[in-house]
Design a binder for this molecule. Sequence first.
Ligand SMILES: [Mg+2]
Ligand SMILES: [Zn+2]
Length: 181
Amino acid sequence: MSNRFIILDRDGTVIVDKHYLDNPDGVELLPGAVQGLRKMIDAGYSLIFVSNQSGIGRGLFDVATLDAINQRMTNILEQEGISHKGIYYCPHTPEENCSCRKPRTALVINAIAEHGFQPEESWVIGDKAADINLGKAVNARSILVLTGKGTKTNEENLVSADYEANNLTDAADFIIQTDNK
Ligand SMILES: [Mg+2]
Ligand SMILES: [Zn+2]
């Protein structure tokens, strides 16, 4: 298989959304995350994270704290045999009007420059409209997970993703089935 990437949201998609998580001890994987991510890896996909972290711009926590949280998540996943190829984040508030806050595309464009994958062959998975709209903006396929804020996003009819998944295991099954057609 070619160089296929899955672009993951962090909060509400892979780990429990603790609303401006500011402590590494609060990292908690969602049900289905380990099994789903392992299926993706086993099927040959590379994983990256793209995350809005406006808690930094809002002064709620600093970059060192975010790095520690991300490192803890990375360590927990690696203990499960799951490695990723990078965590890209936007530290800005919406008011800063940056080019990297999802659904804006700068973080994915950076990731493409670094890893050389085709967005059309890739997937974006997240629980909010910004994730799905990011997927559309970069011409990737998108999956709304019904974890985190996903059920609310779905009920509010904010977006139409290519698929709505109960969790990451369901998402992995759909991705593998779709790409193997
Ligand atoms: Mg999220
Ligand atoms: Zn930004």
